[in-house]
Ligand binder design. Structure first.
Ligand SMILES: Nc1ncnc2c1ncn2[C@@H]1O[C@H](COP(=O)(O)OP(=O)(O)OP(=O)(O)O)[C@@H](O)[C@H]1O
Length: 794
C-alpha cells in the first residue's frame, strides 16, 4: 500500500514526499493499530478486505473509543483490528461519517482494485480517476471513517446515531441520512441487505441502523421511568417527485401534498398516515411494511436499487412531571432518510422507466447539492436557499439548516472504476460537514412558560431573602418573634394533667388554682394565636405580591415572545434551547438577579405589627431611604430582565422563507389530529393504531404541493454534471485535509420565488368533529388545551 500523505492532524506534508510516507507508516504503528499486515488489509488488498469478518461473540467484542482523534478498534478472531478512525470536529456542525463498503463478489471476480485508503485519524484518501476530470487523488477528513470491515453494530456504536436518539428523546428534532452513489451501501447501512424483511430474523447481524436504533430507543425509554412517552411513526417515499405514503399505499397510490405550515414554519406532508407505536414490535412492523412498499428496481450497478428517497419518521412525545403539579411535555423526533443513489445513466444503462427514475433522482439530488452549497458557504449566510425546488429539499430543510441535529452517513464504493463518483461523494460530504445548525427543544408553550415562571419565582424568592438580609429585616424580625414567643412560652405554664375522675375529690383552693392555670394558659395561647394569624396574613400578602408579579411577567413574556419569534428557524411558538431549559443558574440570562415589585407600594405593616415592633428595621432606616433603595433595585432588575430576553431573542438564522411574521410555531406533529386511534389499534394486525396526521379536502389547491419544476441548473442527466460539476474543487481549508469544492453560485441558478400566501382557512374547511378531536389530542398530549391556529399554506 502506498500512503501518500502524512496522517497527522497537522497534515502539512507534501503528497509526493517519501519521507512522509515513512512517517505515516511509523505513526500508524505507534498508535497501536494493527501492524503492517493489518495496514495492508485496511488499504488496497481486495482479497483481504473482502474477507468475511467473523465476530467471536459479544464478550470478545472489544470496542475502544481511544482519544478524540484516533482509531476505533474491535477484536476479531483474537486480533485487534481497526474498523474506523475518527477526528474531533466542531460540535455545532452537522456530523459526517463515511462508510466504505467491502468489494462485492462480482467486483472481486472482475479483478477490481480498491481506490480508497485509510490513513487514520478520521481520514480517507481517494485516488483520482484517469478517465474523468478528477485525475488527482484527494485526502479528506470526517468525524468517523468506517472501513470495509466495520459491521452494522459498529455503525450504531460509533456513528453518533445513539446520541441522536438520546437527543430525540430529550425533545430535539434529529435526522440521520445516507448519501452516496448507486450501489454504495446506503440501504444496506440503514436497513440491511436486500430481502432482510422477507425472512425477518430478529437476531440477524445484518440488521441495519434503523432496526438497531429502534431497539436502542426502546431500551432508553424503559430506563426513563419518570416520563410517559408516546411514539408515532410515519414512512414516506419521494418517487419521481411525488410523495407516497408507504404505510397506506392504497390501490391508486395517490401522491400526497407537501405544504408549508405557518405554525411550525416548516414543510409537512398532508394526510400522511401516522401510526402510534406502543411496543418495539409496532415500530418494526412500520419498518417492515414501508420496506415492502418502497419502489425498488434493477440496473447494471445494483440488482436491488432504491428508486426513491425514503423518510421514516418516529416522533417522540414525552411527558414528565417536574414538581407535584407541573407536567412538561417535549416533542422530539428522529428521521431516517435513505436517499436514492446518484447514477450515471451511461454506466447503469438505464432506459425507459429506470431512466426517468434516474433523472428524477439526479435532479432532486442536484437541488440538495445546491442547498448544501448555499448553507455551507459562510459568505452566503442569509442568502437564498432553494429548498422549494424539490420535494426532498423541502422535507429536509429543517434537518439541514434548522433547529435539528443531523448525521450524514456518506456511503462510498471502494472500487477504482467508481473513483470519480466516490470523490464526488466525499466532496459532497465535506460540504455538509461545514453546515452549522442551531438545535432547540420543541416544547409546549404553556409548559415552557411555567418552567420559566418557576425559575422567576425562585429568583424572586432569593431576591426577597436578599432584600431582607440587606435591610437586616430577617434577623431582626425573626429575633423579635423568637424572643417574644420564647417570653410567651415562658409565661405559658402548662397546668398539671388531672385525672377527671379525681376532680370531684379535689379541694376548693386546689381547684381554683387549676382553673387559674388554665385561664393563664388560654390567654397565652390566644396571644400566640393572634401572632400566628398576623404572620399568616403577612405571608398571604407576600404570596399575593408574588402572584401579581408572576402575572406581570407572564404578560411581559407573551409580549417578548410575540416580538422574538419571527425567525423561520426559531419557531414562533416559544421554544427553549436545551441550554436554557437546564439553566438554573441565577446569573444566567433569563434569571432575575434583583427584583422589587415596581407596581406595588412597599408592604404596609399592620398596625398590630407596628405596635408590637415586629417589623421594625434594626437599622431604623427611614422609609424614604428604603423606598429609594427599592427603586434602584427595580431599575436594575428590569435592566437584567430586558437584557436576558434580548439575549434569548438573538441567534436567529435567516432563511429564504422568513417573512418576518410572528406566528406561533407548532410542530407538524402537534397539529396531528388522531382520529379513531383506538379503532385502528384494534383492527390493525401489526400496528397498534393508525392516525391520520391532518385531514383536509384533497381538492385543496396546493401551490407548493404541485410537482415542482426544478429550476434549470444546466442539468444534463449525468450525475457527473451534478456531482463533479457543482462540486469543482478550488481550494483547501487549513486544518482539514480535504480540498474543498466550490458549488456554483446561487445566482447562477434562478430558483423559484416563494409563492404568494394563499389564505386557506383550515378551521373552516375541517369538519367540526375533527377539530374537536384535534383539541382533545392537544389536551391529552399536553395536559391542558392549547389554542391551536390552523395551518395556512402559502
Ligand atoms: N457494508 C456492506 N457489507 C456487505 N455488503 C454490502 C455493504 N454495503 C452494501 N453491500 C451490498 O452491496 C449491494 C448494494 O448495496 P445497497 O443496495 O445498499 O446500495 P444503495 O447505495 O442503497 O444503492 P441504490 O442507491 O441503488 O439503492 C447490496 O447487495 C448490499 O447488500
Amino acid at each position: 500500500m502506498v500512503l501518500l500523505k502524512n496522517p497527522s492532524p497537522s497534515r502539512g506534508g507534501s503528497l509526493q514526499n517519501d519521507a512522509n510516507k515513512d512517517n505515516k507508516r511509523k505513526s500508524r504503528a505507534s498508535r497501536g493499530n494493527s501492524p503492517a499486515d493489518t495496514t495492508t488489509s485496511r488499504g488496497n488488498s481486495p482479497g483481504k478486505n473482502n474477507s468475511v469478518v467473523r465476530v467471536i461473540g459479544k464478550n470478545n467484542l472489544l470496542q475502544s473509543r481511544g482519544s478524540e482523534t484516533g482509531s476505533i478498534e474491535r477484536l476479531v478472531d483474537g486480533d485487534k483490528r481497526v474498523i474506523a478512525t475518527k477526528h474531533l470536529l466542531p460540535e455545532n456542525n452537522i456530523n459526517v461519517v463515511i462508510r466504505v463498503r467491502p468489494l462485492s463478489s462480482k467486483e472481486i471476480k472482475a479483478g477490481e482494485d480498491m481506490a480508497v485508503q485509510f490513513p487514520g485519524d478520521g481520514q480517507i484518501y481517494c485516488e483520482g480517476s484517469p478517465t474523468s476530470g478528477d485525475k488527482k487523488g484527494k485526502l479528506f477528513s470526517y468525524n468517523v471513517v468506517f472501513e470495509p470491515t466495520a459491521t452494522q453494530e459498529d455503525i450504531l456504536q460509533f456513528s453518533g446515531v445513539k446520541k441522536l436518539i438520546e437527543m430525540a428523546v430529550e425533545g430535539f428534532s434529529c435526522t440521520a441520512f445516507c448519501y452516496g452513489q448507486t450501489g454504495s451501501g446506503k440501504t444496506h447501512t440503514l436497513t440491511g441487505p436486500p430481502g432482510m424483511f422477507e425472512r425477518l430474523n430478529p437476531y440477524s447481524e445484518q440488521h441495519g441502523l434503523v432496526f438497531r436504533s429502534f431497539v436502542y430507543l426502546f431500551k432508553l425509554l424503559q430506563e426513563k421511568q419518570e416520563c410517559n412517552f408516546v411514539l408515532r411513526a410515519s414512512f414516506l417515499e419521494i418517487y419521481n417527485e411525488k410523495v407516497m405514503d408507504l404505510l397506506n399505499p392504497g390501490t391508486s397510490r395517490k401522491p400526497l401534498m407537501v405544504r408549508w405550515s405557518k405554525k411550525t414554519r416548516g414543510f409537512f406532508v398532508e394526510n400522511l398516515f401516522t401510526v402510534e407505536c406502543e411496543e418495539l414490535d409496532d415500530l418494526l412492523a412500520v419498518l417492515e411494511e414501508g420496506m415492502r412498499n418502497r419502489a425498488v428496481g434493477s440496473h447494471n450497478m445494483n440488482d436491488h436499487s432504491s428508486r426513491s428517497h425514503t423518510i421514516l419518521t418516529v416522533s417522540i412525545t414525552s411527558e414528565q412531571q417536574m414538581d407535584n403539579s407541573v407536567f412538561i411535555s417535549r416533542q422530539g423526533k428522529i428521521n431516517f432518510v435513505d436517499l436514492a443513489g446518484s447514477e450515471m445513466t451511461k454506466k447503469t444503462q438505464s432506459e425507459g422507466k429506470t431512466l426517468e427514475e434516474a433523472n428524477n433522482i439526479n435532479k432532486s439530488l442536484m437541488v440538495l447539492g445546491y442547498c448544501i452549497s448555499s448553507l455551507s458557504d459562510g459568505k452566503r449566510k442569509g442568502g437564498h436557499i432553494p429548498y422549494r425546488d424539490s420535494k426532498l429539499t423541502k422535507l429536509l430543510a429543517d434537518s439541514l439548516a434548522g433547529n435539528g441535529v443531523t448525521l450524514m452517513i456518506a456511503c462510498v464504493s471502494p472500487v477504482r472504476s467508481n473513483a470519480s463518483e466516490s470523490l464526488n461523494t466525499l466532496r459532497y460530504a465535506a460540504r455538509v460537514k461545514k453546515i452549522r445548525t442551531k438545535p432547540i427543544v420543541v416544547m409546549d408553550p404553556r409548559e415552557a412558560l411555567i418552567l420559566s415562571l418557576k425559575r422567576e419565582v425562585g429568583a424572586l424568592q432569593t431576591e426577597n431573602e436578599h432584600l431582607r438580609a440587606a435591610l437586616h429585616l430577617n434577623d431582626d424580625v425573626s429575633n423579635v418573634v423568637r424572643s417574644e414567643s420564647k417570653a410567651e412560652r415562658k409565661m405559658i405554664v402548662t397546668p398539671p394533667v388531672v385525672d377527671l375522675d379525681k376532680l370531684s375529690e379535689m379541694e376548693r383552693p386546689e381547684l381554683s388554682q387549676l382553673i387559674h392555670a388554665y385561664i393563664t394558659e388560654n390567654e397565652a395561647l390566644r396571644r400566640e394565636n393572634a401572632e400566628l394569624y398576623a404572620t399568616r396574613e403577612q405571608v398571604i400578602r407576600d404570596q399575593e405580591l408574588v402572584c401579581r408579579e408572576n402575572e406581570r411577567l407572564l404578560k411581559k413574556l407573551e409580549d417578548v415572545n410575540s416580538v422574538c419569534c419571527r425567525s423561520p428557524i426559531i419557531p414562533a411558538r416559544p421554544t427553549y434551547s436545551a441550554e436554557m431549559m437546564n439553566d438554573t443558574n441565577d446569573d444566567a440570562p433569563g434569571a432575575t438577579n434583583v427584583w422589587t415589585n415596581p407596581n406595588i407600594e412597599p408592604t404596609p405593616l399592620s398596625s398590630d405589627m407596628i405596635r408590637h415592633g415586629l417589623y421594625r428595621s434594626a437599622s431604623n432606616m427611614p422609609e424614604k431611604i428604603q423606598k429609594e433603595l427599592d427603586k434602584r433595585r427595580i431599575v436594575g432588575s428590569y435592566t437584567n430582565i430586558a437584557e436576558a430576553y434580548k439575549d434569548k431573542s438573538h441567534h436567529r438564522r435567516h432563511n429564504s422563507w422568513d417573512n418576518g411574521n410572528g406566528m406561533t410555531r407548532m410542530s407538524p406533529d402537534q397539529a396531528v389530529s388522531p382520529i379513531d386511534v383506538n379503532q385502528y389499534k384494534k383492527t390493525s394486525t401489526r400496528r397498534t393504531s393508525t392516525v391520520h396526521e391532518e385531514r383536509r379536502p384533497s381538492e385543496t389547491n396546493d401551490l407548493l404541493g404541485e410537482p415542482v419544476q426544478p429550476t434549470d441548473h444546466s442539468f444534463n442527466e449525468s450525475p457527473d454534471s451534478i456531482l463533479s460539476g457543482p462540486l469543482e474543487m478550488v481550494n483547501s481549508t487549513p486544518g482539514t485535509a480535504e480540498s474543498e469544492a466550490e458549488f456554483p453560485l446561487a445566482s447562477s441558478h434562478t430558483s423559484s420565488p416563494f409563492g404568494t400566501p394563499e389564505p386557506e382557512d383550515h378551521a373552516a374547511r375541517t369538519p367540526r368533529k375533527y377539530r374537536e378531536k384535534e383539541d382533545e389530542t392537544t389536551q391529552r398530549a399536553f395536559g391542558s388545551p392549547i389554542p391551536v391556529d390552523e395551518d395556512k399554506p402559502l
